[in-house]
Design a binder for this molecule. Structure first.
Ligand SMILES: Cc1cc2nc3c(=O)[nH]c(=O)nc-3n(C[C@H](O)[C@H](O)[C@H](O)COP(=O)(O)OP(=O)(O)OC[C@H]3O[C@@H](n4cnc5c(N)ncnc54)[C@H](O)[C@@H]3O)c2cc1C
Length: 448
């Protein structure tokens, strides 16, 4: 059986590994447009040690990912974060992120004497997170807290994200309340989510990462997949042929195809073989961002926090977040000095992503200084890496789950074809892995 996988990011490499596991005799070509594997996972060799410039953590609370990494022989590489907490910069002040609530949405109005308006919600429906929270709690909480928290995951503001795809537990709570026919208050839904969470809070750390960076994962997957990985191999079309698929950029005819590329690219590549899927995939927008990695010789004056989220509407500040990697991860702190990642860019705002590199580093240093008082220039900036992520993350907008399901429905009509990746089953590393594994089980019949 001959397989072509388009894209050597996390989803493509996971698929290659899983196919090889299910059928060790399969011939697998992974066709990658770039000059390296990993996609949005990218570990850069700083002089001080391997440093991630894309994803830098994973949700360890999801046991399936940890199990998968253990199966790959990477258990001893997994490390946990320190207890340092994240801070919020809003209204010119640094403060703690309020505990409780869900994604920054509190379980009650800030002004307890005010009456909370009801919100409109249909069972099974969806709404923009921004619109929903604004209707119930007002403008401020959306721009300060909710957009900052969601933006950290999705590079989009709350207005561009749908409740059902980004805070599914809240959508379910709203469904439950709507079914009961009671007046619908956001605070009641948030309380319901909090109740559901109670008791399930395990003592395990919520996040994890790899001691040697994500390269440990993508290199292991590539190595154990037994696949032929073709770099600098841009695939421009796929056509159905007698007995299989022809891939422009591939070698010969393939029995089965796995598309592991961002949604708009999948839309183009499916034009001939699954044209019904393309409009759905094309409607998924991508958010661009840029990460500036900075290694300082000294750490004195850097807050004892894992990082800072910046309110979306904060005047005079361009950065949307800082990760104090050396405070967040003890193994990085052990390198001495300070390692800081500044992040810029949200859906519809890619000015920073296009900025000149020197200007961007200057802004990162100035914003950091202004917010924390830490003078990075005085601390000695020994290493810098600027990584631009054009179209880095799909925006999970209102109705995203239906869009993804519709695309999947069209793709399922073509035998021997699967399309996976961050657009399909969640943007986080565990979700991307789980989705790729499920797709391979369908493709190889291993799940039957
Ligand atoms: C800045 C940033 C920070 C993140 N942080 C985290 C985090 O801390 N934790 C977390 O869980 N997740 C994080 N994520 C999300 C996570 O990294 C991604 O969702 C995941 O890595 C996406 O994997 P993928 O395989 O779907 O796509 P990609 O990594 O985009 O891989 C797709 C591959 O396809 C290739 N390709 C595209 N077009 C073609 C073509 N025509 N022909 C051949 N090849 C092609 C690309 O070059 C790429 O290598 C982050 C994402 C970004 C951008």
């Amino acid at each position: 059986m001959r397989y072509a996988i388009i894209g050597a990011g996390l989803s493509g490499l996971t698929a290659a590994y899983e196919i090889h596991r299910a059928d060790p005799t399969a011939h697998i070509d992974v066709l990658e447009a770039g000059e390296r594997i990993g996609g949005k996972l990218f570990t850069v060799p700083f002089a001080s040690g391997p440093t991630d410039m894309g994803a830098e953590a994973y949700l360890a609370a999801r046991g399936d990912a940890t199990e998968f990494f253990t199966e790959l022989g990477l258990r001893d590489s997994l490390v946990s974060p320190s207890n340092a907490r994240s801070l919020l910069y809003a209204g010119g002040e640094l403060r703690g992120i309020p505990r409780g609530g869900v994604m920054g949405i509190p379980a009650e109005l800030a002004d307890a004497s005010a009456t909370e308006p009801t919100v409109s919600w249909e069972v099974g429906g969806d709404a923009s997170v921004g619109a929903l929270v604004r209707a119930a709690y007002g403008e401020e909480i959306v721009d300060t807290l909710v957009s900052a928290l969601l933006g950290g995951v999705y590079s989009s503001t709350a207005d561009d994200l749908g409740v059902r795809a980004t805070i599914p537990a809240l959508a379910q709570a709203l469904d439950t309340l709507a079914e009961s026919g009671e007046p619908l208050r956001l605070s009641s839904a948030v309380k319901l989510v909090e109740e559901g969470r109670r008791g399930s809070t395990a003592s395990k750390p919520v996040f994890g990462t790899f001691r040697g960076g994500y390269a440990e994962l993508y290199e292991t997957l590539a190595e154990k997949s037994g696949a032929d990985i073709h770099l600098d191999c841009f695939v421009s079309s796929i056509t159905a042929r007698e007995g299989g698929f022809e891939v422009k950029g591939g070698v010969g005819i393939y029995d089965r195809i796995v598309l592991a590329v961002p949604a708009p690219t999948a839309a183009v590549l499916l034009r001939d073989i699954a044209p019904g899927a393309s409009p759905h995939l094309n409607s998924i927008r991508l958010a661009s961002s840029v990460v500036v990695g900075m290694k300082f010789d000294a750490a004195e004056g850097l807050p004892e926090a894992s990082g800072i989220l910046v309110a979306a509407n904060e005047p005079g500040i361009t950065a949307k977040a800082f990760t104090f990697s050396s405070r967040k991860w003890p193994h990085l702190g052990d390198r001495g000095g300070a390692l800081v990642r500044a992040s810029f860019g949200r859906l519809g705002d890619d000015a920073a992503v296009r900025m000149d590199e020197d200007e961007l580093v200057d802004i990162a240093l100035d914003d950091l200084h202004r917010i924390t008082g830490f003078d990075g220039r005085a601390a000695g900036l020994s290493e810098i890496y600027v990584q631009r992520w054009f179209g880095g993350l799909p925006a999970y907008g209102v109705g995203h789950l239906s869009v993804a399901a519709a695309a999947r429905g069209e793709i399922a009509r073509i035998e021997g074809l699967e399309a996976i990746g961050a657009w399909a089953g969640g943007v986080g590393v565990p979700a991307v892995i789980a989705d790729a594994r499920a797709a391979v089980a369908r493709l190889t019949g291993a799940g039957n």
